[in-house]
Design a protein around this ligand. Structure first.
Ligand code: C2E
Ligand code: CA
Ligand code: CA
Ligand code: CA
Length: 275
C-alpha cells in the first residue's frame, strides 16, 4: 500500500481483519458446540397428502448459539465443510437422530441430508451403516437426500458410495429437484428412489399456471419412472389441495408441521397411533 491509497487500505484491512476474527470465533464456537453436543437434530414430519397420515421425518440440524441465537444450518453446514468438520457434524447429528428414532414407537423411515463434500469419502457408507447398526435400525428405515451438486465432482465415487448404501437397503432421494442443483440427467446415472420437488415450485402453485404445469409434469415423470415423490415447502391450504388433486403422494411444509425437537415428535407419534 502506497501513500495515496493508505487511508483506504487501512480501512479495508480493519474491516477484513474484523471479518476474519469473526469467522475464527465462529469456527471455535462450532468446534466447541460439536464437542458439547450443542448441535442437535430437529425432525420435520412428512405426511401422506390424501390420507394425512404421518409417513416419516426429515432430519434438520439445529444449533442454538449461546450469544448469537439461532444460526441457520445452511451457514454452519457450509462452515463445517470449509474447515473439515463436516464428517464429524454429520455423524453426530445422525447418531442423535438414530437414538431418538430407536426410542419411538414407530417403524416410520427417516430422511437425512448429506452434503456435497461428503461424497469424496469412500468410508462414508461404512460409517453411516455402523451408526444405524449401533442403534439397531435397519437400512430400509433410512433415506439419504442428495443433490446433483453433491455427486458432480466425481460421479464414479458417488456411484460407489450410493451403491453401497443402496445395497444395505438405504433409499436414495434427489433433493431440491428441478433447481439448478438437481436435474433429470442424474436419474439415468444413479439408483434414485424418490424425488423431492423443490419448494420454489410449490410456492403459489395453485395461482401460477406455469408452476402448476411443471409440477404436474414432474409427477407424471415420476409416475412413469416408478419413483416416489415428496412435495416440499407446502405453506397454504390451496397448495395442499392442488397437490392432492394431482395425486402427489407425500408432502412436507409449515402447513403440515414445522421442524421440531425429538420430544414433540414422540408426542406426535403417540397421537397418531391413538387415532
Ligand atoms: P433442505 O434439505 O432443502 O431442507 C428443507 C428446508 O426447508 C429446511 O430448512 C426446512 O426447515 C425448510 N422448510 C420446511 N418446510 C418449509 C415451508 O413450508 N416453508 C419454508 N419457507 N421452508 C420450509 P433448514 O432447516 O433451514 O435447512 C436448510 C438446509 O440446510 C437444508 O435444506 C439442507 O440442505 C441443509 N441441512 C440441514 N440440516 C442438515 C444436516 O444435518 N446435514 C446437511 N448436510 N445439511 C443439512
Ligand atoms: Ca433435504
Ligand atoms: Ca430440499
Ligand atoms: Ca435446499
Amino acid at each position: 500500500a502506497k501513500q495515496a491509497g493508505r487511508g483506504g487500505y487501512t480501512h479495508y484491512d480493519e474491516a477484513f481483519g474484523a471479518a476474519l476474527r469473526e469467522q475464527a470465533a465462529l469456527e471455535q464456537d462450532l468446534r466447541r458446540a460439536l464437542l458439547q453436543g450443542a448441535i442437535i437434530p430437529y425432525f420435520q414430519p412428512i405426511y401422506d397428502i390424501t390420507g394425512r397420515g404421518l409417513r416419516g421425518f426429515e432430519v434438520l440440524a439445529r444449533w442454538s448459539h449461546p450469544e448469537r441465537g439461532f444460526i441457520p444450518p445452511d451457514v454452519f453446514v457450509a462452515l463445517a465443510e470449509e474447515i473439515g468438520l463436516i464428517e464429524q457434524l454429520s455423524d453426530v447429528v445422525l447418531d442423535k437422530a438414530c437414538s431418538a428414532l430407536a426410542g419411538w414407537r414407530t417403524d416410520l423411515p427417516m430422511s437425512f441430508n448429506l452434503s456435497p463434500r461428503q461424497f469424496a469419502d469412500l468410508g462414508l457408507p461404512h460409517r453411516i451403516l455402523g451408526i444405524l447398526e449401533r442403534h439397531g435400525i435397519p437400512g430400509y428405515r433410512l433415506e439419504i437426500e442428495i443433490t446433483e451438486r453433491a455427486v458432480l465432482a466425481d460421479l464414479d465415487i458417488a456411484r460407489r458410495i450410493i451403491g453401497d448404501l443402496a445395497d444395505a437397503g438405504v433409499r436414495i432421494s434427489l433433493d431440491d429437484f428441478g433447481t439448478g442443483t438437481s436435474s433429470l440427467a442424474l436419474l439415468t446415472q444413479l439408483p434414485i428412489d424418490k424425488l423431492k420437488i423443490d419448494r420454489s415450485f410449490i410456492h403459489e402453485v395453485d395461482l401460477l399456471p406455469h408452476k402448476a404445469k411443471i409440477v404436474s409434469g414432474v409427477l407424471a415423470l415420476a409416475d412413469s419412472l416408478g419413483l416416489d415423490v415428496t412435495a416440499e415447502g407446502i405453506e397454504r391450504d390451496e397448495e395442499l389441495a392442488f397437490l392432492a388433486r394431482e395425486n402427489c403422494a407425500l408432502g412436507q411444509g409449515y402447513l403440515l408441521g414445522r421442524p421440531q425437537p425429538a420430544p414433540s415428535i414422540a408426542e406426535l407419534i403417540e397421537a397418531s397411533a391413538d387415532q
